[in-house]
Design a protein. Structure first.
Length: 428
């Protein structure tokens, strides 16, 4: 890093320390960047009270933009069109693509003169994470000669072949025509005008225009707060102890895991904790009837989740469509070894040194792959200790929010240096 600290206007429409998923990513990254830059966060009014409760000062540390007159009715429409809580993610992003430009219009109205006057060295849009949502600020900042950094962007991972039933159950009708976003006004210009585009997955990088490849930097969007994940797993090695953590919905694959683990569970060679809730709970409980060592915990508070994870050897997570895979990092941070499907986010986070990957394929192929992997691990759970230590070390070296802030600071320095030298590559 070089001094002085850059002055950064961080746009994080979704940023909230009290929520999960995208809002928590937005909050965590924006907050961590304060370690390496002078950051003023611009967020949506719905996050204001949470920012204040977290100790930030309005006007000095952050500004809350009230775009509710336009955003609220569209959000209500999106909730109806999704046809179920947690479903229709592509539909939600389509509605966001309509409502979000008004938020940026209000930002420019309030901060445009300051940007043109040079009050900020960099404007960085952290959220939305979706690459389908364009930014009018990119072009306006380019005209003002203030570098615009976009990302981390992630999303749009294709559904694997053979899982159309799960796709329909998730109400992902718009996913069949998702690529149409590239035809929307401003989509290509957003990337072309950006000084750097941070992508959270290699798939997202493959979607970008060829003209921005030399300004595309890969930094996975998820991170770990060591203050929240501060335990070390110490399972008993008498039997393999596995855990599933996530919503009980079709694409997460808990039913595939139960099928794969059935021989070991019936033989008493493995235990399985299932943490989470969702519409598949009754069916999963029926599927597990008669199995030994299966515990359904439902939703648990964060501290209770850590308690359960700390008793386990392996995170068994056969999800077939994860953009980021934050749960994988959470397990690794505690020294719980991930066993995942080699696809999308988890497939990029897990290396051979820190976990195990089953090739993506049909349902039967994934079940068979997990069954074979679990059987090998159950033969000697104690042998997982060096892998668990490597997983924990990898999180500490690459995936804490403090490390991510340093990685993004490297992007800032490269952009402010006129994009000279090689494009930053924080990850191998």
């Amino acid at each position: 890093m070089t001094d002085p600290r850059p002055r950064v206007l961080a746009i994080a429409e979704a940023a909230n320390p009290e929520w999960v998923s995208v809002p928590l990513v937005g909050w965590s990254l924006a907050t961590a960047l304060r370690q390496v830059a002078d950051v003023h966060v611009v967020t949506q009014i719905r996050n204001r009270d949470a920012f204040l409760r977290a100790g930030l000062t309005e006007g000095t540390d952050f500004t809350a933009i009230d775009s509710e007159a336009f955003a609220r009715p569209l959000w209500k429409l999106a909730e109806k069109l999704r046809m179920g809580e947690g479903k229709g993610w592509t539909t939600l992003q389509a509605i966001n693509a309509v409502s979000y430009p008004y938020f940026e219009r209000l930002i420019w109205r309030q901060f445009g003169e300051g940007i043109k006057a040079g009050d900020w060295d960099i404007v960085h849009r952290i959220t939305p994470l979706s690459p389908t949502i364009s930014s009018s600020l990119a072009g306006r900042c380019a005209r003002a000669r203030v570098p615009f950094v976009l990302g981390p962007l992630n999303g749009g991972v294709p559904w694997p072949k053979g899982f159309d039933a799960e796709r329909r159950r998730e109400k992902e009708w718009l996913s069949y025509v998702r690529s149409a976003y590239k035809l929307l006004p401003g989509s290509r210009a957003t990337f072309i005008k950006a000084g750097a585009v941070i992508v959270g997955s290699h798939h997202t990088a493959s979607e970008l225009p060829a003209a921005v490849k030399d300004r595309t930097i890969y930094i996975p969007e998820n991170g770990i707060d060591p203050a929240r994940f501060n335990r070390t797993a110490t399972p008993d090695d008498d039997v393999l102890r596995a855990v599933f953590l996530g919503r009980l919905v079709p694409y997460k694959g808990a039913d595939m895991l139960l099928s794969a683990a059935e021989p070991l569970l019936r033989a008493g060679r493995m235990t399985l904790d299932i943490v989470g809730d969702g519409p598949m709970m009754p069916a999963l409980q029926a599927q597990a009837e008669g199995f030994q060592g299966v515990t359904f915990h439902g939703w648990k508070a964060h501290t209770e989740v850590q308690d359960i994870l700390a008793r386990c050897h392996v995170l068994s997570f056969p999800s077939i469509r994860e953009f980021g895979g934050g749960v994988v990092l959470e397990a690794m941070a505690l020294g719980v070894v991930p066993l995942i499907v080699d696809y999308a986010g988890p497939g990029e986070l897990v290396t051979p040194e820190v976990g195990f990957k089953v090739p993506v394929g049909s349902r039967d192929e994934i079940v068979a792959g997990f069954e074979q992997a679990l059987d090998k691990l159950a033969a000697n759970p104690a042998a997982l200790k060096p892998v668990a230590e490597a997983a924990k070390a990898r999180v500490e070296s690459h995936f804490t929010w403090a490390r991510k802030a340093e990685q993004v600071r490297g992007v800032y320095d490269w952009v402010l240096g006129g994009q000279t030298g090689e494009t930053p590559r924080p990850f191998p």
